[in-house]
Design a protein around this ligand. Structure first.
Ligand code: CUA
Length: 189
């Protein structure tokens, strides 16, 4: 059978295209430097968050001069802690996890927006410069009260933040002290 020269060229081009396609799919799956999103994520047991050092007590912790870490639990249907309070001019890294279903964590007005998956820790950093308040919303449908699931990020002046953390420390100390001495200054809380 005689095959026309043009026919042969088109056939060859088609074969090359198919090989390129197979090559790109293979590279996308197993090529060097290609990793699935959660490959390097910490995993944890969503049913045992109360035994995890980071999430047993959701909180904000100072980790550097102007750096803070916020350990946040997103659950049906709220965020803990709420509000999340940090001082102005700080860099806040949120570590967010969920004990139940998939939630969202969006700090409205910033580009911080992540999915929160049970068993995984979402990590996202926000620069908190001026004192102001940001809303936090869940933007993954998570159940009947999804629309009411919201929180707050409060960026407060440094002096106010210092006063608040001092009061917290005093409250903790006076709780301990009041075990043996009722006359101890219990603060004005
Ligand atoms: Cu949580 Cu929607």
């Amino acid at each position: 059978m005689h095959v026309h020269a043009y026919e042969k060229i088109w056939l060859a081009l088609a074969v090359i295209l198919i090989l390129l396609l197979i090559g790109s799919v293979t590279y996308g799956a197993v090529g060097p430097g290609v990793a699935m999103v959660s490959d390097q994520q910490d995993t944890l047991d969503p049913e045992a968050l109360d035994e995890d050092d980071r999430f047993a007590e959701p909180r904000v912790e100072q980790v550097g001069e102007n750096e803070y870490a916020a350990y946040v639990v997103a659950y049906q249907f709220d965020f803990d802690p709420d509000p999340i309070v940090v001082p102005e001019n700080s860099r806040v890294t949120f570590y967010v996890t969920s004990p139940d279903v998939i939630h969202g964590f969006e700090v409205v007005g910033t580009n911080a927006n992540t999915m929160v998956i049970p068993g995984e820790v979402a990590e996202i950093t926000v620069e908190a410069n001026e004192p102001r308040e940001y809303g936090i919303v869940c933007n993954e449908y998570c159940g009947a009260a999804h629309h009411a699931m919201e929180g707050k990020l409060e960026v407060v002046p440094q002096a106010e933040y210092d006063r608040m953390t001092e009061e917290n420390d005093e409250a903790t100390m006076s709780d301990e002290a009041s075990m043996n001495d009722e006359s101890d200054d219990g603060g004005d809380a």
